[in-house]
Design a protein around this ligand. Structure first.
Ligand SMILES: [Zn+2]
Length: 501
């Protein structure tokens, strides 16, 4: 009896569970059975593996070949097991040394001529292989991604033949190299003219991790402003960046190993499906909200989005994760993103503009804003109006505002204060903590209650106002929340006020 065992990794959510590829050769009719792969995948894998083995000038054993991919209940999609299957067949038939396989893991698809092709989800596999203290072998296309697992010893091979030569001790495979880090492409706040109030709201949002809604006419600069938020946030830690990179790696949309340290800025179009936004599919893959993990999700034209897609956002906005259940599988993906939403003030876009172009009736405006459910609106801490700039502020000689680096310095200090106080950022404070840590003086408490009453705000809104006021006080390095902090925070609930009218 001839048996060989090869280690590989599956792709299941952001994890890479181990897969044992067992190959057994026995007498009987020459046939290849693959157990543990879906029917269609089996046929394709069999053809590729056979062609690659013959192309590498090895012999394809004329015996009964049984390949078992264990455990049975893991998702095993695509061609990632071609290389381990081929190596198993060669080892079981004595064409390469069996012992050499033990310290290795293999993930890669084979072309018909035996060349190794990249697959997705390599970063989670590389991290897991490093923990298991085995050397991961991948295609050159996956090398920079595998190299992100610093503790790992990933190596790359161009062909099946190269892998076999290395296992036979005739050559060494090159160590996977990290890609050259590329400069950040995050645009700078210093390029934005005017917009004092919106810039301030961005700073408060960055400091306390609050979600933000920008309301303004077309062309007033909402996208311009939103794209500046990642540059105001502190640099992501290596652990955070690896989490985000692992999600990109399994998304099927590719990970850019040269920019993996940068916080993501995702801006899906409003025609995107609910699956594209939150994730899904038969073998669930992460959506835009997970690709924005530890970064910024920008949703422009908020009222144009499918209402059902937006409703699904409520859970991740609270919990920072999204669970996807499908008939076949369920998965949970991280989705701790900062939301920046933008919308026009009315269907024509010009309500409130000094030009007086808007002809929308109050009713029409009300219906337009009603497309965004109040529970979603409630979860966005800061609402701010972005006016069209008067021409004098657009002149090239107009005074430029502060740069992203200047604002980021204040944001970092305010965040340090929050972490020292409660171990978390203000937007993440629970109900009990909010009441305890965001206390107001008696007159300010009365001021808040009167405002809530007049604007008909929900209890949830009140908590949000307190947390935002706390962040504003933190930016001012004030130990207690003062009246100016509270009134500024109240000013950021303007969509509630529009609703109440
Ligand atoms: Zn209008």
């Amino acid at each position: 009896m001839s048996l060989a065992l090869v280690h590989s990794r599956a792709r299941a959510g952001v994890a890479a569970p181990p897969v044992r590829v067992e190959v057994h050769l026995s007498g009987g009719l020459p046939q290849t059975h693959i157990v543990g792969l879906p029917e269609a995948a089996v046929r394709e894998a069999r053809d590729r593996v056979r062609a690659a083995i013959l192309c590498a000038q090895f012999e394809f054993p004329a015996r009964r070949i049984t390949v078992n991919l264990a455990p049975a209940d893991l998702p095993k999609d695509g061609g990632r097991f071609d290389l381990p299957i081929a190596l198993g067949i060669l080892a079981a038939s004595g064409q390469i040394p069996r012992d050499a396989l033990a310290g290795h893991e293999f993930v890669g698809e084979l072309g018909l001529t035996g060349e190794l092709r990249g697959v997705d989800g390599v970063l989670p596999a590389a991290l897991a292989a490093a923990r298991a203290q085995r050397t991961l072998v991948v295609a050159p296309a996956n090398g920079p991604e595998a190299a992100l697992a610093r503790e790992g010893r990933a190596r790359t091979a161009r062909t099946l033949l190269e892998v076999c030569a290395a296992l036979g001790g005739q050559r060494e495979l090159p160590v996977a190299e990290t890609a050259q880090a590329e400069a950040a492409l995050i645009p700078d706040l210093g390029d934005v003219r005017g917009q004092v109030q919106a810039r301030r709201a961005l700073e408060v949002a960055a400091a306390g991790n609050h979600h933000l809604l920008l309301v303004g006419s077309p062309g007033c600069g909402k996208t311009l402003l939103a794209s500046r938020l990642p540059g105001l946030l502190p640099e992501a830690s290596e652990a955070e960046a690896l989490e985000t990179a692992a999600i990109a790696s399994i998304s099927g949309r590719g990970l850019d190993p040269a920019r993996w340290r940068q916080r993501p800025f995702r801006s899906p179009h409003h025609t995107a499906s609910a699956v594209a936004l939150v994730g899904g599919g038969a073998e669930p893959r992460p959506g835009e909200i997970s690709l924005a993990h530890n970064g910024v999700l920008f949703l422009d034209e908020l009222p144009e989005w499918d209402r059902r897609a937006l409703e699904v956002l409520r859970e991740p906005l609270e919990s920072g994760t999204v669970s996807i259940s499908r008939a076949a599988r369920s998965a949970e993906f991280p989705a701790r993103f900062q939301l920046v939403a933008a919308m026009n003030p009315c269907p024509c876009g010009w309500a409130g503009d000094s030009s007086g172009r808007c002809r929308c009736s109050a009713d029409v405006i009300q219906r337009y804003r009603g497309r965004i459910s109040s529970p979603l609106l409630d979860r966005i801490d800061l609402h701010v109006e972005v006016p069209r700039l008067p021409p004098r502020e657009l002149r090239p000689d107009a005074v430029a505002g502060e740069s992203s680096a200047q604002v980021r310095a204040r944001v970092e200090k305010a965040r340090i204060r929050q972490i020292a106080r409660s171990g978390r950022l203000n937007a993440q404070l629970g109900q009990a903590d909010t009441l305890q840590l965001c206390r107001l003086s008696d007159p300010d408490q009365e001021l808040l209650e009167r405002a809530i009453d007049r604007l008909r705000l929900s209890a949830r809104s009140m908590q949000r106002i307190l947390r935002v006021a706390r962040t504003i006080a933190d930016l001012a390095d004030a130990p207690d929340i003062d009246t100016p902090h509270l009134t500024e925070a109240l000013g950021y609930r303007r969509m509630d006020r529009a609703d109440a009218r």
